[in-house]
Each structure stands twice: as structure tokens, then as C-alpha cells.
Ligand binder design. Structure first.
Ligand code: GLA
Length: 384
């Protein structure tokens, strides 16, 4: 698993890595934008991810090289987020800073080589994978201890405070707690993580639209703000509610005319998504994949209409997928505003069906989607 990382490391650094860590990307299964609203979400770690190899240096420098071929040198302790070509180093450097702030002693710097089997920009959260792999490797290298939730929180803190993305705990939580053939369910109000078995014969297919939304980060931050506005407006009627996820569907309906129209739509998405996570959990327990699929489709519809975080290309993918008899359901996965669609399928769905969808999509949008068939895999781990 770490042979390419070793090879890269040896091209740039004199010795071998002392430790290796791997962390997976994730699929957001159901529960869109609920995480930073104190809600429920289910995801799955995938088998693809990021591997880092590390060793100590003798000086006060951090040298990081990625399989894209660039070597970046950063003085130990001089942690500033950067823009431009080297901005990929914000993930490991953010993690280094968060861990140092938590008391990890770094008497000398480190060398790190990074390799990925995760398609970047595919909406599968390569950033969380990079953060978690870094945290695991540095913990081993510098003798820092925490539990699985602690590692997830380190990754999120790096992302929130260093990278500057106001994300919730979904990506890092799933990358940390993933388990082969299992979904990870997170109650974001209490930050509790449980794994639940995936039904047999269910498959994940990811269709990345390859459509890049120029303003994806600011669009995400807009929704973050609108959700907080929604809570503030609803608190006039429900002062006891501390998060949007404490508002029931009935309460929201009763307050519809007391809040702004747009704000109502945003709240309807979050409240509806929480309800759908509960429904999906029950349907999974009953092995009712048709009912699961119906919730996935409804989730996408709510993204399209209420949260407006879908785009035409993702809507096309969902519509084309829904026409296939082997598809239980499909929805955008992750933040939205571009990115990817996830489909839950039975075993009969294969490359031939995927290719039909790709061809129709390309004819309509002039873009070739990237397609992956993946499985639920294990969470972040130290390999050595
Ligand atoms: C991105 C964020 C997550 C979550 C999803 C939407 O992936 O990083 O924290 O908010 O969007 O559910």
C-alpha cells in the first residue's frame, strides 16, 4: 500500500520514512449540510485515499513533497496559510499547527512524502484524507496521543481555523471512523460516531461532473451564514432551540410566515435532511434499499429546490441515473455547487450502464464525467 510513497520519499530525501499513515476519502451518503447545524449525517469511507510517509529532520524545517512533483519547504513554527500553487500544503501545515497548539512537542522538523489514490476535486474530500493521514503520522513521529474522535477534531480544526473553510465534522469524522462495508453515522450535536453495516449487494458509484464552480468556497460560506440566520429567525418562535436541527418539521411549517422566504427554504432543507437520515437508518435496518433510494432522490430534490446547492450538471446526472432500473437512488454528495453525484445501485449496474450515462451527459454538457465504482473502506490508520 505504501510502495509509491516510499519511492517518492526516496527520490527527495536521504533515508526511509519511519512511519506511514493512510486515510480515506469519503462519500456523503445522506444528511446534506446538517453537520454544522448540529444534525445527523451518514457517510462512508472509501477504499481510495492518501498515504503519507514521514521521518524526522535534524534542522528546524518541514519539507513536503507530493506525487504532483513539487517540494515545499516551511520553517518549523512559521505557520501561515498560503494561496496559490502551494496551497495544498495548508492541510498538513494546519494539522501540524493544531497539534503543536495542543501540546505536541516538535524539537526538529520533518520530511513528508504524500501520494494519493483519490481523484482530487472529485467531491470525495481528499482534504480530510490528507489532514487525517498527516495527524496519524505526526502523532507517531512526535509521540502525541489522542483517540479517534480527537484525530477527527484535529482535522476539522485545521480546516476551520487554518484553511478557513467553515465545514462541519462530516469529512474528518468519516475518514477517521470509517469501517469496511459499513456506514458511519454521526450525531453532530453530541459528536458521537457509530458504524452500521451496509446491506449486502448495494454498491456505490460516483459520477464526478468535472464542473468546477469558481465560487465554491464562498457559496459554502453563504449557506453556512444563511443557516445561522435561519436559526436566529426561528429562535423568535422557539427560543429553546440551540441549533437548526432541534426544529421539527411541524415547528418549521408553523413558523413559515414568520421568517424570510429564502431562509425558510434553507431551513426546510436542513430539517428535511435530518428527517431523511432517520428514515434511511430505519430502511437500512429493514434491508429496504428501495426506501433508502427514495430518500436519496428526495435529498437531491431538496438540494435543487430548497438549498440551491445543486447545479444543472448534477441534476442531469441524477435524472439519467434515476432512469436506470439498477439504481436505487442518486443525489449530490458533499458541499455541492459542482462536484459529484453518488448513486446507490444493485449488483447489475456496471460499466456499460455508466458509459451510457457518460455519453448522454457529455452530449448535453460538453464535459466528460469521471466515474468510480467504490466500496466502503476502513478509516485512517498508521501503516507502520
Ligand atoms: C462539505 C463539508 C462538510 C459538509 C458537506 C455538506 O463536504 O466539508 O463538512 O458540510 O460539505 O454536507
Amino acid at each position: 500500500m505504501h510502495a509509491p510513497t516510499l519511492e517518492l520519499f526516496q527520490q527527495y530525501f536521504p533515508r526511509q520514512p519511519v512511519h506511514y499513515a493512510f486515510a480515506p476519502g469519503r462519500i456523503e451518503f445522506i444528511g446534506n449540510h446538517t453537520d454544522y447545524n448540529g444534525g445527523l449525517v451518514m457517510g462512508a469511507a472509501v477504499t481510495e485515499g492518501i498515504t503519507v510517509g514521514v521521518s524526522l529532520r535534524e534542522d528546524a524545517m518541514i519539507h513536503i513533497v507530493s506525487d504532483a512533483g513539487d517540494l515545499v519547504e516551511i520553517p518549523l513554527g512559521n505557520y501561515k496559510a498560503v494561496k496559490g500553487a502551494a496551497s495544498w500544503t495548508n492541510y498538513p501545515i494546519g494539522v501540524t499547527k493544531v497539534m503543536a497548539d495542543l501540546g505536541m512537542a516538535t524539537p526538529t522538523g520533518y520530511n513528508m512524502a504524500v501520494t494519493s489514490t483519490l481523484p482530487s476535486g472529485a467531491g470525495m474530500s481528499s482534504s480530510a484524507a490528507f489532514e487525517l493521514a498527516t495527524a496519524k503520522a505526526l502523532a507517531a513521529l512526535y509521540g502525541f496521543e489522542t483517540d479517534t474522535a480527537g484525530f477527527a477534531r484535529i482535522g476539522r480544526k485545521a480546516e476551520n481555523e487554518f484553511v478557513g473553510m467553515p465545514c462541519g465534522i462530516l469529512d474528518q469524522g468519516v475518514s477517521a471512523f470509517g469501517k469496511a462495508d459499513h456506514l458511519v453515522k454521526i450525531d453532530c450535536a453530541t459528536e458521537t460516531f457509530v458504524t452500521e453495516p451496509m446491506p449486502r449487494g448495494a454498491h456505490f458509484w460516483i459520477f464526478n461532473s468535472n464542473k468546477k464552480h469558481a465560487l465554491v468556497d464562498s457559496a459554502y460560506a453563504d449557506r453556512f451564514r444563511e443557516c445561522h440566520d435561519a436559526l436566529a429567525q426561528l429562535q423568535a418562535d422557539y427560543p429553546e432551540a440551540k441549533t437548526l436541527s432541534e426544529i421539527s418539521e411541524g415547528q418549521l411549517a408553523a413558523s413559515k410566515h414568520n421568517i424570510d422566504e429564502l431562509i425558510f427554504l434553507r431551513a426546510a432543507h436542513i430539517v428535511g435532511e435530518n428527517a431523511r437520515v432517520r428514515k434511511v437508518e430505519m430502511a437500512l435496518a429493514n434491508n429496504d434499499l428501495k426506501a433508502v433510494g427514495a430518500c436519496l432522490n428526495q435529498s437531491h430534490e431538496s438540494s435543487r429546490v430548497n438549498f440551491e446547492n445543486s447545479i444543472e450538471e448534477l441534476d442531469t446526472l441524477v435524472e439519467l441515473l434515476k432512469l436506470q432500473p439498477s439504481v436505487y437512488g442518486a443525489r449530490l454528495t458533499g458541499g455541492g455547487f459542482g462536484g459529484a453525484v453518488m448513486a446507490l445501485t444493485d449488483t447489475n449496474f456496471g460499466q456499460a450502464q455508466a458509459d451510457v450515462i457518460a455519453t448522454t451527459f457529455e452530449a448535453r454538457h460538453g464535459l466528460q464525467p469521471s466515474i468510480f465504482h467504490t466500496q466502503a473502506g476502513d478509516g485512517a490508520k498508521l501503516l507502520k
